[in-house]
Design a protein around this ligand. Structure first.
Ligand code: CO8
Length: 256
């Protein structure tokens, strides 16, 4: 198995473990991870998940290039769809997922980190979307999530240049939320996971869903916006607010 899961109380630690290939994601690893995400999502005992890579060199060095090398377009599309579905499932999971980026987060590895809710990195971690140097483009959701996290300018810089940036730069552009000294990442990420796991599960789920909806402002976010906008109509506050405006007086809203 290339994916290890350790349950420690209300925290699950998920480790991608293919050290000989720097934890690169082949089809089997994507499938294993997908099953793990599904299992954890339905495990009410788990309040937060921490995701990391085996060893101290790589988080995940990308999709498996050796496996992809001979793909035709149809196979590439299918692999991309499976990877995208995995990333979507992490993003939609009821629990928060923390990426503990302990080394290279390249290509699909960077995309995997981006699908998590919070990213912590050690000082020696590095990030890139190097697909351009393989003659391809990101296929696991990176073109969509990167601009959301770092803005279009940095997203284009990373996707078009393929350049690798260090943890400090990743922090500066908002790709990660914190950088910690090498050797302390696991404990820091675990501490954060324990902290999150103590929160209300319903509120965590709602918070994730609401922020996600905000990010998807062209689709689901705007539907939510329309829903809450419409639901206000006919309420006492809406009637009072609009009546007050038209009467040139201050509105008086009830507190309960
Ligand atoms: N896939 C397969 N094997 C890999 C990968 C990878 N992504 N990365 C590293 N490895 C293997 C190496 O081939 C090597 O194996 P071996 O010992 O058998 O030769 C072993 O891991 C160790 O790697 P290196 O000897 O290269 O170690 P270095 O410290 O010299 O270099 C690097 C480390 C910089 C990380 C280097 O290995 C590297 O550049 N790797 C490739 C990084 C990359 O380009 N990643 C992006 C891949 S494409 C992608 O992720 C697209 C995602 C969307 C897919 C959509 C589906 C169609």
């Amino acid at each position: 198995m290339a994916v290890e899961v350790a349950r420690e109380g209300s925290v699950a630690v998920v480790t991608v473990s293919r050290p000989a290939a720097l934890n690169a994601l082949n089809a089997q690893t994507v499938e294993e991870l997908s099953v793990v995400v599904q299992d954890l999502a339905s495990d009410a005992a788990i309040g937060a998940v921490m995701l990391t890579g085996a060893g101290d060199k790589a988080f995940v060095a990308g999709a498996d290039i050796a496996e992809m090398q001979s793909f035709n377009a149809e196979q590439a599309r299918a692999f991309s769809a499976r990877g995208q579905a995995l990333m979507d499932a992490i993003e939609a999971a009821p629990q928060p997922w923390i990426a503990a980026v302990n080394g290279f987060a390249l290509g699909g590895g960077c995309e995997l980190a981006l699908a998590c809710d919070i990213r912590l990195a050690c000082e020696s971690a590095s990030f890139a979307q190097p697909e351009i140097d393989l003659g391809v483009t990101p296929g696991f959701g990176g073109t969509q999530r990167l601009p959301r996290h770092v803005g279009q300018g940095w997203a284009k810089y990373l996707v078009l240049s393929g350049r690798r940036i260090g943890a400090a730069e990743a922090l500066r552009i908002g790709l990660v939320q914190a950088v910690v000294p090498d050797g302390t990442l696991f404990d820091e990420a675990h501490r954060l996971a324990v902290h999150l796991a103590r929160k209300s599960p319903a509120a965590l789920r709602a918070g994730k869903a609401a922020v996600l909806a905000a990010a998807e402002c062209s689709g689901a976010g705007q539907e939510i916006e329309r829903g809450v906008f419409a639901a206000a109509f006919g309420s006492p506050d809406q009637r009072e607010g609009m009546a007050a405006f038209l009467a040139h007086r201050r509105p008086r809203f009830e507190r309960s």
